[in-house]
Design a protein around this ligand. Structure first.
Ligand code: SF4
Length: 217
């Protein structure tokens, strides 16, 4: 289980969203989570659209102890130089339409350490074919596989002011994707103020200027 999380005040209770490994839970994860939910009297859990797990209605007084038991660090992932979360579809290993192993690519991106804080949350969606089940055009970083390789999209957002991301490059192999993700986030980190999501940054900076700096053209 990754260590990203967020808490949301919800009346008298709190909701905790532990980061998940693209929604993939092992038997060990389930057993551990079941033990924790029993111990803290968590009344319900919910799978989120971001492939994470909400523990609903948790007791505010027990929040610190609960986070500790979940192994959650206090800092947000972007403050630790990591992406906020990665969503990935089942990909070619499990889906008949898949042309690339989306969870394997997602895992590589989730494991990247950028060595410096990122301006704000970076959400990643990895889709194993052009049907695009992970809504990659609406993520800060989106990947879509087709038979010629990966498409890399940057600057999408699905929140209050939605934005379809910009195609940065295509026909990329795995190594080229990881290299280009690093470059995109380096340019974003160099020019964006803290707290500025990638979609708003691209609107200000300009997608053409961004692409030119990332690709060195
Ligand atoms: S994006 Fe394609 S490969 Fe992934 S789950 Fe959807 S249909 Fe299958």
């Amino acid at each position: 289980m990754t260590q990203s999380f967020k808490t949301i005040a919800s009346g008298k209770s709190f909701v905790i969203l532990p980061g998940q490994d693209m929604g993939i839970l092992t038997a060990g994860d389930l057993k551990r989570l079941a033990g924790i939910t029993r111990r803290y009297g968590v009344p319900a859990a919910k799978l989120t659209g971001a492939q994470r797990l909400c523990l609903l209605g948790t007791d505010e007084q027990q929040l610190a102890a609960l986070k500790k038991d979940l192994g959650l660090s206090g800092a947000m992932p972007h403050e630790r130089g990591r992406v906020h979360y990665v969503q990935a579809c089942p990909g070619s290993r499990w889906c008949r339409f898949g042309v690339a192993d989306a969870p394997a690519m997602g895992k590589m991106i989730a494991g990247l350490d950028f060595g410096h804080p990122l301006p704000y949350k970076v959400k990643v969606g990895v889709s194993g074919c052009r049907i695009c089940c992970c809504e990659s055009w609406l993520r800060d970083v989106g990947l879509i596989a087709d038979r010629s390789g990966w498409k890399l999209i940057f600057g999408g957002n699905a929140a209050a002011a939605p934005r379809i991301g910009d195609l940065v490059s295509e026909r990329l192999d795995d190594t080229q994707v990881l290299d280009l993700v690093r470059k995109c986030l380096a340019v974003y980190s160099k020019h964006a103020d803290g707290g500025l999501r990638s979609a708003r940054f691209i609107e200000q900076f300009g997608s053409r200027a961004f692409r030119a700096e990332v690709l060195g053209k």
